[in-house]
Design a protein. Structure first.
Lengths: 453, 453
């Protein structure tokens, strides 16, 4: 029997082909038209877990199913809860994809498809790392409970109730998650924080119907103008969120972490050029990495009102919609931010329109303690697979379930990601490096070995 | 032989059926998919002019054709240039129409369809008024040159060059246009002004592609946030346009006109309730009729950015678009407003984005002198047909060709409209009263008679 690393080297072609089959299933959780595909992705994943040697169960919820894989054959060894998600973001705007979003296409050492990085590709690395142990030694070095959900991109509405109701079954010593980036190519990282999220839809309503902007312009408030003034009021001229009390709960970070951030090999000019923006922007007084990791933000994610086709239509629209979200940092609370946002919007709404706000999504920020044997094992595994010790980094995105898992299961979470910055997460042309598929699986196989040693 | 009025009474059913055939042709000039329909509407109109006893010619342009109808059989009598347009606004949002936009449907004494009021229905009243004279007397009381264009809703790009190149053929004593409203049901009106228009598309561009709002939020400017701040900067907190020098050329009206406006039977509360808005809004210090007739405005006509589908997508969009237009009053000039707008946007654009502005449409405002025999004849014709003398009123909308006709042909324009306020011009469920089809044709037949007497 080969060792797990040799097995991975031998089977890598098959591993990739299987992953590409997984990526071909358009498991877009936010879109009801894709419900059958989300189900199909869950069933496919359960079958792969079985093939790897785990038992599997598809747990139905009021939304998309949770896939649970288990192996309990190492009494006395630690139990690792692996978490990932098999749902993906919508692929639009479709016309900006170079190759189809659900047809994995290799170019320049990368594979392009929706879900390569977030999170099907990374989730699948765990399945293969476990298979490598089982195939080469007939057992796993640790006990495993694998939880894969299909609703991460819509706020995990059914996962927390599931975790609450299954604390004993999910009891573990470590929560292990691969849904994040490395710091750079060949520079792996361990995450020290994640931002939280508060996501809203704002609907401004004016007259009973669209009106002619000549016959009525000047007589009634225009919901699109009103929406613009509401959105503009969300920032001050220093790039700070201008909602009263928004910063009340923001923690100031310790000097050591700030020094570690400052020491990272980041180049603003290179970053700016890669994004093709005239200049970087954001909250004044903070560096770029601080702004995306440890400072909160407010972004408009969508705008729609009136006539948006070609040419001119002189309509005075009767409604205007914005999707608006806040990235939160420790210790901001989405529920409190929702209250503050609603109060602020009510205070700045101009006369003549009504505003409705829907809460679409909320998740708390998370802060890790980068200490203990699991973190040491992860540092060693990354160093062996990549030849470089990992750096500490923050995560700008949100994985709301992390803090819920920690609280419910009373175990620490370890976030170990293999995507690259700039991998077009949630955007057209999402990609994953082929070499990171290989090194990611190897890192995880090494880590499982060390955790069980 | 019957007199023209009796002929109209006899033929009214046929007149309506013909109009409905005209309305069934979806002659949306702004949408290239409807080019064939715009052509079909022109051909249909030319045929109806021939049937009424005029010669007709379809004059091709680089866009949609101009239909010219002529009758020159009254030497010594005045020549009237009739102008109208056979193109219509796009019908969207389609799902807000109670009956299909291009299937005329009678309900509650009205006919509903795109173009009933603006302007096919009113244009067609002239064809039938002329037919009534020809059929009942074998001749027209005046010489007529009828100019119907198919590009009014896209800024009449080919009409002014046509008028300039055909001044002799179009030479006339009066320019007669029916493309406006009455003041109220059974209260006809003569127009003393029209507002002009400057219409722009504003495109804000950020990074090379859409980005993940977690991974990049805070590092780069968000074009949707930037657009909101640009749009919010267009008004001050008193509802005035906040572009420097915007009001420089706005004329103050004479006390007599202001008194006439104040004397009109307008009720703000009734108007507010009809529009179903919580309160009226606009520039402080002016009454509602002043705000829509003699004060300039700025309205956002469309907004589009990022994700606008159901649910949440945490995208940081890389572009945002707004359609923005200004209604102008005498003596504002669209070219100068375009310059001022561009300067202002450049001054307020936040760092980190680029902005492109397209001029989509421009038209000068117009001010009438309500004097002379043609205006007297119109007052008498309206009084005979409606039983009420007309009131003077302003027009909030724009018919840019009016001032061009006046200047090129050195003749006064008379604007005499038969649509009703609230007829959903440029909006879903556009309508025209059935009784106004009848009284409109009769008014025009009486007017043509008086002009030739």
């Amino acid at each position: 029997m080969p060792d797990p690393i040799s097995f991975i080297d031998e089977q890598l072609g098959r591993f990739r082909d299987e992953l590409y089959d997984f990526l071909r299933i358009p498991s877009v959780s936010t879109d009801h038209e894709h419900t059958a595909s989300v189900q199909a992705a869950a069933a496919w994943l359960a079958e792969r877990m079985e093939a790897a040697g785990l038992t599997s169960e598809l747990i139905e919820t009021s939304g998309h199913p949770i896939v649970v894989g288990e192996w309990r054959g190492a009494p006395g060894a630690p139990t690792v809860l692996v978490y990932g998600h098999y749902d993906v973001q919508p692929p639009d705007p479709l016309d900006e994809w170079t190759s189809p979003p659900f047809e994995p296409t290799e170019r320049d050492g990368r594979v392009y498809a929706r879900g390569t990085a977030d999170d099907k590709g990374q989730l699948y690395m765990h399945v293969k790392a476990l298979e490598a142990h089982m195939a080469s030694t007939g057992a796993l070095p640790v006990n495993v409970v694998f939880v894969a959900e299909g609703e991460e991109e819509i706020g995990s509405p059914n996962l927390v109730p599931f975790v609450e109701a299954n604390r004993e079954r999910l009891a573990c010593d470590l929560i292990l998650i691969s849904d994040t980036d490395m710091f750079a190519e060949d520079l792996p990282a361990l995450l020290f924080s994640l931002r939280g999220l508060s996501y809203f839809e704002v609907n401004v309503k004016g007259a009973r119907s669209d009106l002619h902007s000549g016959n009525y312009g000047g007589a009634v408030a225009n919901p699109a103008n009103a929406l613009a003034s509401i959105l503009a009021s969300l920032h001050d001229d220093r790039g700070r969120v201008a909602i009263p009390h928004f910063y009340d709960d923001v923690v100031e970070w310790d000097a050591e972490t700030l020094e570690q951030i400052a020491a990272l090999p980041h180049d603003d000019e290179e970053y700016r050029a890669d994004l093709a923006v005239p200049e970087l922007a954001g909250e004044r007084g903070y560096g770029t990495l601080e702004r995306i990791w440890i400072r909160p933000t407010c972004d408009v994610n969508g705008l729609l009102s009136g006539y948006t086709g070609p040419g001119a239509k002189t309509v005075l629209p009767n409604k205007a919609m914005a999707k608006v979200s806040f990235r939160l940092v420790p210790n901001q609370d989405p529920a409190r931010v929702s209250d503050l946002f609603r109060l602020h919007v009510a205070a700045v709404t101009p006369p003549g329109v009504t505003v409705e706000i829907k809460d679409l999504h909320g998740g708390r920020p998370w802060k890790a303690k980068l200490e203990g044997p699991a973190y040491d094992a992860a540092r060693e595994a990354l160093k062996e697979a990549y030849g470089t010790a990992p750096v500490p980094m923050g995560g700008g995105g949100s994985i709301p379930i992390v803090i819920d898992f920690e609280e419910q299961l009373e175990a620490p979470a370890l976030l170990l990601g293999f995507a690259q910055p700039g991998c077009n997460l949630h955007a057209p042309n999402e990609w994953l490096r082929l070499v990171d598929i290989e090194k990611g699986i190897k890192t995880l196989a090494l880590l499982y070995g060390k955790l069980g040693a």
